[in-house]
Structures are given as C-alpha cells and as structure tokens.
Design a protein around this ligand. Sequence first.
Ligand SMILES: Cc1cc2nc3c(=O)[nH]c(=O)nc-3n(C[C@H](O)[C@H](O)[C@H](O)COP(=O)(O)OP(=O)(O)OC[C@H]3O[C@@H](n4cnc5c(N)ncnc54)[C@H](O)[C@@H]3O)c2cc1C
Length: 228
Amino acid sequence: MDYVLPMTADTLKILEHRTLGLDAQLLRFERPDWDWKAGQLISLGGADPQDQRDYSIASGENDETLDVLYRLIPHGVVTPHLLKLKAGDQIPVQGPYGRFTLRNPEQPVVFCATGTGIAPCRAYIRSHARLNLTLLHGVRYAADLYFKEEMENVQYYPFCSKEELNGASGRLTEFLKQMPLMENAAYYLCGANEMIYEAEEILTERGVNAVDLHHEPYYYRAYDETLS
Ligand SMILES: Cc1cc2nc3c(=O)[nH]c(=O)nc-3n(C[C@H](O)[C@H](O)[C@H](O)COP(=O)(O)OP(=O)(O)OC[C@H]3O[C@@H](n4cnc5c(N)ncnc54)[C@H](O)[C@@H]3O)c2cc1C
C-alpha cells in the first residue's frame, strides 16, 4: 500500500501530526483549494479506495487548515499507516462528502459525542459563531477530553467511563435520561454506534421527533472488546 504520494489535486499535505490525550491523533493539513461544509468528512488512506477510511473534518469552514482526528486501531488496516505520516508528507484524499451538516444554525443544538466523534461538533462551533450548543462528550479518561479549552461558549458536559471526574463518574446516556430537554432543540449524535442507538432510544422515548435526530455512526465497539 502506498500511503504517501506526490501532491495532486487529490492529495493533502500534512503540516502537523501530534497526539491528543492518551490515544487520539490530530492530523493537520494545508487547506486544499476546495471547500467543505461543517459536519462533512473525507476519506484518507492508500491510493486504492479499499484502503481508505472516513474521517470527519474537525475544522471550521473558513479555517486556514483542515484538521482530522483519529484513534489508532493497532490491528486496523488504515490507522497504523496514518500513524507513520509526518509533516511534509502527502496523502490521497477523497471528498468532501456527507450529510451530517447543521440543518439550521438558528436552532439550539445538543451534540453527543464519544471520543473522536467530537470532530464535527468542533467544525460546527468554528463555523457558526452564534450557535447555541450543548456538548456531551464521553471519553474513557479525563486526559482524552481534548478541545475542552475551546468550549468556553458551549454548555459543556464531560463524561469519563474509566475514572472519576470531579468526584463523579457517569455515562453520557444516563445523563441524557434526566437532563432537561429544550423544546426546539436538534440532537446530533456521533461516534460509537452503541452510544448513538442508546441515545436515540432515550430521546425518542422522551418525545424528541425523528426529524430532530441526526447521527454519524463511526464503528461498533462490541466487535472489538480489546478497545473498549
Ligand atoms: C462516517 C464516518 C466517519 C468517521 N470519522 C472518524 C473520525 O473522525 N475519527 C476516527 O477516529 N474515526 C472515524 N471513523 C472510523 C474510521 O473510518 C475507521 O473505521 C477507523 O479509523 C479504523 O480504521 P482502521 O482501518 O485502522 O481499522 P479497521 O480495519 O477498519 O477496523 C478494525 C476494527 O476497529 C473497530 N474500530 C474502528 N474505529 C474504532 C474506534 N475509534 N474505536 C474502537 N474501535 C474502532 C472497527 O469496528 C473494527 O472492528 C469514521 C467512520 C465513519 C463511517
């Protein structure tokens, strides 16, 4: 598999590659000459589409760089190759695609993310300065609450599954069962499929209309117990 190719219109050039928290990686690319909508994604990996995977764009629509976040899956096909990339390398890209875009920036947003699923939320925040947004971010350890310093204009609720946070431990979905719901909010759910399906069930039972539920499932944790 060839993951680093000469620059063409269909490649991105890496400016920075660093670790965030315990096991997420930030890949920062030079802004390409095409535009994206907050919430869209790109496919990255080898030249062959079979060796590509989807990654949400974590940058705002007018940012000077294009950022993505990924978590290393040691036995995965693509992420071990991504991990070898360094500043100056070029990587094949396809996209942008996807429909996980903000339907109405005037409508309050409740965003539920696990791990790197925070990426589209960051893109929304950076693209829409006046957005009324509540973020519920579920991670394993507090060190993985990356971007919390960018959340000063957001109602921000962090959750850690493997350690106590400020003397409390808890699950995002338990909080969702009892948090006060705004009547006119839209709910955006992103990350582990299990969280998404559980959250959708809870919100539907609590009376949220299907038209206000949007999701972007990344993976099934149940298939991969070693990574839970
Ligand atoms: C629409 C969409 C957007 C996505 N956006 C992102 C993103 O922004 N950031 C990101 O990190 N991933 C994202 N993903 C997941 C990503 O596309 C890859 O599946 C992931 O990076 C693993 O690729 P791999 O080739 O290394 O592993 P694979 O060989 O594809 O998978 C190996 C195993 O790891 C599991 N797995 C995949 N991802 C995870 C994970 N994060 N945690 C635990 N287990 C996992 C898979 O279910 C599979 O069982 C997205 C997926 C989709 C469908």
